[in-house]
Ligand binder design. Structure first.
Ligand SMILES: [Ca+2]
Ligand SMILES: [Ca+2]
Length: 81
């Protein structure tokens, strides 16, 4: 329950800065599909300051690209704008 509230709060904080408005649409082509999963995988397990870190893949904006970001992408997988 606390985790769900935390994720919801993070999403509310993150949503306005995303250009596409669709959380998980990393390449901003209007849908959340395998290409976005691949992009997230390429930057997987990196942190802010690491050369592999890409803020577009850090969906919850916590400075790390990890399972929390994958969970947010998975929640929107298959969705389009
Ligand atoms: Ca996409
Ligand atoms: Ca993150």
């Amino acid at each position: 329950m606390l985790i769900a509230i935390g994720i919801a709060a993070t999403m509310l904080r993150t949503l306005p800065v995303k250009a596409s408005g669709l959380v998980g649409d990393i390449d901003e082509d209007g849908d959340v599909d395998g290409r976005d999963v691949v992009l997230l995988a390429l930057h997987w397990n990196s942190e802010e300051g690491n050369p592999r870190y890409d803020p577009n893949c850090d969906l919850n904006g916590d400075g790390k690209i990890d399972g929390k970001d994958l969970a947010m992408l998975a929640a929107n997988f298959g969705k389009t704008e």
